[in-house]
Design a protein around this ligand. Sequence first.
Ligand SMILES: NC(=O)c1ccc[n+]([C@@H]2O[C@H](COP(=O)([O-])OP(=O)(O)OC[C@H]3O[C@@H](n4cnc5c(N)ncnc54)[C@H](OP(=O)(O)O)[C@@H]3O)[C@@H](O)[C@H]2O)c1
Length: 292
Amino acid sequence: MFEHIGPFFRWWSSETIAVVTGANRGIGFEIAHQLALHGLTVVLTSRATAVGEEAKKVLQEGGLNVAFHQLDIDDIESIKSFADWIKETYGGLDILVNNAGVNFNVGNDNSVEFAEKVIKTNYYSTKNVTQALIPLMRPSASGSRIVNVSSRLGRLNGKRNKLGDIELREQLGNVDTLTEELIDKMVDSFVQQVKDGTWQSGGWPEVSTDYSLSKLAVNAYTRFLAKTLSDRPEGSKIYINCYCPGFVKTAMTGWAGHTSPEDGADTAVWLALIPDLSVSGKFFAERREVNF
Ligand SMILES: NC(=O)c1ccc[n+]([C@@H]2O[C@H](COP(=O)([O-])OP(=O)(O)OC[C@H]3O[C@@H](n4cnc5c(N)ncnc54)[C@H](OP(=O)(O)O)[C@@H]3O)[C@@H](O)[C@H]2O)c1
């Protein structure tokens, strides 16, 4: 785990509120841990209350300033209750880390059995949380921040695992033609093809197809939202970026991978705390900007 953010201006304080989704374990737990070590107030959320309370206790026992609230990102009512609670308790939030996600492909499997669920949780639910919490992001001179935990598997222009539809790829890759409807239409069409049994000839990413497409959608949505948020006035800026944590030893990979959850969390924490306010709508890996 990195010990310091760098020679940065420390714009945050113990009054800065950072919310992390899916933080009961894995990379999310480590993001919550490291943000708390930097002295922020962290709201650790998880869909199951008992494990979330337990994770909070572990961090509190380390002397850290951590609160817990239930949040199942797939459940609109849960999102609404969480938003009401954060507004009432803190008057809003400053940092949102969208970490919660699912993947049912382990290793080289490529099952689309859970495609609808994967697209829903990783893309639509992430979007729902983001849309519910943006109005609660507190004005600040440093700007609020959203970090989406995504994956290299969802890159538009990676060497492998590309979308076969060149026109769609170009539309998604051009911020002027990129729309939320375009992204929704793409994932909906994939889910429909899975239902029809025609997805294999659809030109979708070849590795972990449903998961890769869900993260491609998250990446595209990050860019789209950065564009729509870019005209907010000084003092109410919101910066949004996404990143790949690497191949991380967590339950999701069956504890395979070569990166620890601590290192996997590093770029999220760096993006959440970076004082350079010009950074928005970008994709990162190991603290470096990478092409989408
Ligand atoms: N591990 C990797 O190599 C890797 C690589 C690239 C990207 N990522 C991304 O990193 C993020 C964290 O994954 P991880 O590796 O730490 O896996 P993990 O240990 O399986 O953690 C996933 C977390 O998401 C939570 N979650 C799933 N559905 C949820 C829902 N509906 N509402 C709230 N929370 C929900 C899980 O909660 P439960 O405990 O209740 O299931 C768990 O806390 C994911 O977005 C993943 O796609 C991971």
